[in-house]
Design a protein around this ligand. Sequence first.
Ligand code: CA
Length: 247
Amino acid sequence: MHALLVEDDDRMARALGTALAQRGHTVRRVGRALDALRHVHEAGFVLLDLGLPDLDGLELLRRLRAVCDAPLIVVTARCEERDIVQGLRAGADDYVVKPFRMAELMARIDTVRRRTDPRSGRAGAHPAHPADPGGAGGFGGRPVRTGDVEVDLAGRTVTVAGVEVRLTRREFDVLAFLAARPDEVHSREVILDRIWGDVFLAASRSLDVHVAGIRAKTGRSHLVRTVRGFGYQLGSPTTPAQGDGAR
Ligand code: CA
């Protein structure tokens, strides 16, 4: 597959280019945002550094997303949660903080590509991805409600107080996985295995980042309950009109 590598650091670009080529990808490397915009239409997927000389990376990300639907992974030294949430909100499919392990990045590229492949149901018509709750009363069933939040597993939509909230695919997958079995606590390992397809990511912050994104975008910090040292469970968001969350 053809990769667009947006990276102004020559050493980093060489290392990434070599690793991508070893995995059979062709690579166009650009060091400036303008060139990224010029070449993004060719890309099967995009790796994007946020620290670029000619434009803020988050702004570039938004512009790329406006013209291109290819899988996009941010690869950056910015590790503040605020930056990560902004990156995911701007449309990144995943977020990798430098320094990273090359094998982990390559694994994430594979899972993002798999997940966004139209043949595997990006449009939601054939949800064949690992997060598919399947027989768990998910697809085709009634939406899952908690407080004023409604998760429609079949339609892949989330509403808060009746207003639709846009999550990234991965964020939705995490939320849907929890919502499909709301009474259970799910370990980090199981969630990472089912959604990322990789237990070895357990040490990474990827899952926490996505949970932070879900909380921030829905404005319901209790929608996902942290079980310290273990994992996560669907929570009961407190709302002014406390409903079925109080049961
Ligand atoms: Ca840079």
